[in-house]
Design a protein around this ligand. Structure first.
Ligand SMILES: Cc1cc2nc3c(=O)[nH]c(=O)nc-3n(C[C@H](O)[C@H](O)[C@H](O)COP(=O)(O)OP(=O)(O)OC[C@H]3O[C@@H](n4cnc5c(N)ncnc54)[C@H](O)[C@@H]3O)c2cc1C
Length: 431
């Protein structure tokens, strides 16, 4: 490809103790945690709302807060769930602690928690670069409608999901040894007989929870007619008023590659319409259904995994190894979706697992933390931690650690982990 060189001067529009890049479940919770721990905090987000996959991609189940009925992901994430329940925007499915939510309520409650905590929001700002001086990232560079802007940062948290900031700063990435999990375009349909439809209910520990009846029938139909590749399907409806959120499309794609991402968006949009037609034709509860809207973006399950101070392995995770520097927990199964067919490999945990602080930091980087699905884990451990409750737990830990390091003026590698754990426990984390 032809290369051009561009130099430009960039106005610095703010200076912060902590700048969090990306406002998904990991990022917005990290920003609240950093601000509540006393740091002057900014949150950068390319959309005009937070929630990441939970809102922009209509991933409406938040998995999973409890193990055997016991809360394992406490603190700010659980406070958020309770506030959504109070606002009639979420339902806790017992005993697994899976949460079905209304994405509009999610956006509003998360935004309120951010503003109440004193976080400066920088929406409609796309992270496009950073300035690195030796072991520190001193500025993040944002593209805005007014042109490029910089934010000066004492500490930065990469919560872009894809590890964009890490990639820009030259953080080493792991080689993926398994195929990437597929992206999916979720959608909302109306006019469904929700009383007759089996919804997502994760009340059965150790069992999978997709709609087996619809899955079996679609597999049969695939032998005689054109049925696109599907997963699940998973149906979610908190108000049972005929509106149902559907997760069933999938296609293989590396969503970091713009050509593949474009192809995936177009393929999956065709598939959404094909599935709505199939559901209407073959399933009585969908007889009067109509497509209301698709998600703003195709949901991305997996891209980069950084190589951090510690790479959390599937073996450690499945054995629930208790790390001395544990800062968060995970209780969701190892949940691997196959890209090219309808299968999903689920391995259920024998105990709720632990995530060490060292998998949020990177050798050679003194002021960088990573809170989100791109944190330092192999593809097996990551296939569990990637879900929202555990990612929020990473955010809570990273935000608190960044604020404490900013206050003490230390490298993230010299963080006082006992003080960090004490603050997290005070907030309600069960580590
Ligand atoms: C189809 C699908 C189904 C899933 N099902 C479930 C489920 O049932 N239960 C569950 O709990 N989880 C589920 N997940 C997983 C979960 O939604 C994600 O792993 C989780 O949202 C990851 O959180 P994150 O904060 O790391 O990243 P994301 O949610 O991806 O958030 C990243 C945020 O950063 C922003 N951003 C990214 N790049 C930039 C940039 N360069 N500049 C500015 N902003 C940027 C994005 O706009 C976004 O807001 C599913 C995921 C998918 C795709």
């Amino acid at each position: 490809m032809e290369q051009i060189v561009q130099t430009r001067s960039v106005p610095v529009m703010g200076s912060y103790d902590v700048v969090v890049c990306g406002g998904g479940p990991g990022g917005w919770v990290a920003a609240v945690a950093a601000a509540r721990a006393g740091a002057r905090t900014a949150l950068v987000e390319r959309y005009g709302f937070v929630g990441g996959m939970a809102t922009a991609a209509l991933v409406v189940p938040i998995s999973v807060f409890t193990y055997n009925g016991q809360l394992v992901c406490g603190g700010i994430p659980w406070e958020f769930v309770q506030r959504m329940v109070e606002a009639d925007g979420a339902e806790v499915e017992h005993p697994l602690g899976n949460i079905s939510h209304d994405p509009e309520c999610y956006k509003l409650i998360a935004q309120r928690m951010l503003l109440e905590s004193g976080v400066d929001l920088h929406f409609h700002a796309v992270l496009t670069g950073c300035v690195r001086e030796d072991s520190r990232i001193t500025h993040v560079i944002l593209d805005t409608k007014s042109g490029p802007r910089a934010l000066e940062a004492k500490y930065v948290i990469d919560s872009t999901g894809d590890g964009d900031l890490c990639a820009m700063a030259g953080v080493p990435m792991q080689e993926n040894t398994m195929p990437l999990q597929p992206p999916s375009l979720c959608f909302c349909i109306g006019g469904v007989d929700t009383d007759a439809l089996e919804l997502i209910h994760h009340e059965k520990q150790g069992l999978n929870y997709h709609n087996l009846r619809v899955q079996t029938k679609l597999r049969e139909l695939a032998e005689t007619e054109d049925v696109p590749v599907f997963g699940g399907p998973w149906f979610c409806s908190i108000h049972r008023d005929g509106r149902v959120m559907v997760n069933m499309t999938r296609t293989p794609a590396d969503m970091l590659d713009p050509a593949q991402a474009t192809r995936a968006e177009c393929r999956l949009r065709e598939d959404v319409h094909a599935f709505v037609a199939l559901l209407k034709k073959y399933f009585p509860e969908f007889k009067n259904a109509e497509l209301l809207f698709t998600a703003a973006q195709t949901g991305v399950r997996e891209t980069r995994h950084i190589k951090g101070e510690h790479v959390l392995t599937g073996e450690e995770y499945l054995n629930a190894v208790h790390f001395e520097d544990a800062v968060s927990r995970g209780a969701h199964p190892i949940d691997i979706h196959t890209a090219g067919d309808t299968t999903q490999k689920c391995q259920f945990l024998k105990n709720a697992a632990y995530i060490p602080y060292r998998s949020l930091i990177v050798p050679g980087f003194d002021n960088l933390l990573v809170a989100g699905r791109c944190f330092s884990a192999d593809q097996v451990a990551s296939a569990s931690v990637r879900v929202q409750a555990s990612v929020m737990g990473l955010g809570q830990a990273a935000g608190c650690a960044a604020a404490q390091c900013a206050c003490a003026g230390t490298s993230v590698h010299k963080a006082d982990v006992h003080t960090l754990q004490a603050m997290l426990r005070k907030w309600g984390a069960l580590i």
